[in-house]
Design a binder for this molecule. Structure first.
Ligand SMILES: Nc1ncnc2c1ncn2[C@@H]1O[C@H](COP(=O)(O)OP(=O)(O)OP(=O)(O)O)[C@@H](O)[C@H]1O
Ligand SMILES: [Mg+2]
Length: 207
């Protein structure tokens, strides 16, 4: 079972959005997926409550319960656990990172998001886990995207090619408990999420 975690200290960077959409995209390629909602705000759990489909399963688990939740997921035959982390410098971030095979840090192209990057990098390095940045909620074709990418490249972690654009489809799908690959399967948002999952999958296979 692979464990990936969306983690950043910055609130609202896109952790929950990317967790749920990636989880559903992974399922479509044959993974058995569970989302571990490690955020006391329980946004992923709320998404799941609005969802008609029974999968992916969403389990709430604060950091102290993470190990047990992952063990249970593995016993159930889950092949991919997606951990949605809380914002802020919670001690749980370190625990989550140590347990992950890959930590993904969503970064919006904004100075506030960039200011939070060193803290995430420190957590990843301390946990000796692989990490990568994902440009999140980017204004369409804005110059800030390339600027942010260039700034991130200085941290010694890969910046995932392509970006996730700020699109209403992401928000609208979440409201109805669905994911962009279901809500608008042929749309650009779905295409971006499938590309993100393809990069993650390939990276997990290349250990
Ligand atoms: N690519 C996107 N396009 C449009 N809206 C987005 C996108 N990504 C995130 N959002 C919106 O931005 C807000 C914050 O996103 P999200 O809840 O995923 O962030 P988060 O990192 O999980 O936040 P928190 O730190 O509070 O848990 C939400 O309202 C979400 O719908
Ligand atoms: Mg969240």
């Amino acid at each position: 079972m692979n464990v990936i975690a969306f983690l950043s200290q910055k609130g609202g960077s896109g952790k929950t959005t990317l967790s749920v959409h990636t989880a559903v995209a992974a399922e479509a390629t044959g993974e058995r997926v569970c989302i571990i909602d490690a955020d006391p705000q329980e946004s992923a759990t709320a998404w799941s409550s609005a969802r008609e489909a029974p999968t992916p399963i969403v389990a709430t688990a604060q950091a102290g319960e993470l190990e047990a939740a992952l063990k249970a997921a593995k016993a159930e035959g889950i092949t991919l656990a997606v951990v949605d982390s809380p914002p802020h410098a919670a001690p749980s971030a370190g625990q989550i990172a140590r347990r992950a095979d890959l930590v993904l840090v969503p970064v919006r192209p904004s100075a506030f998001d960039l200011a939070a990057v060193p803290a995430a990098v420190e957590i990843i390095k301390a946990a000796r886990v692989r990490g990568a940045f994902i440009l999140s909620s980017c204004p369409f074709r804005a110059p800030e995207i390339a600027e942010t990418r260039a700034a991130l490249e200085g941290y010694g972690l890969p910046v995932i090619p392509g970006e996730i654009t700020d699109r209403r489809a992401f928000t609208r799908a979440v409201t109805t408990g669905s994911a962009v690959t279901e809500f608008e399967a042929d749309g650009k948002a779905a295409e971006e999420i499938r590309a993100l999952w393809a990069w993650i999958k390939e990276t997990l296979e290349r250990r």
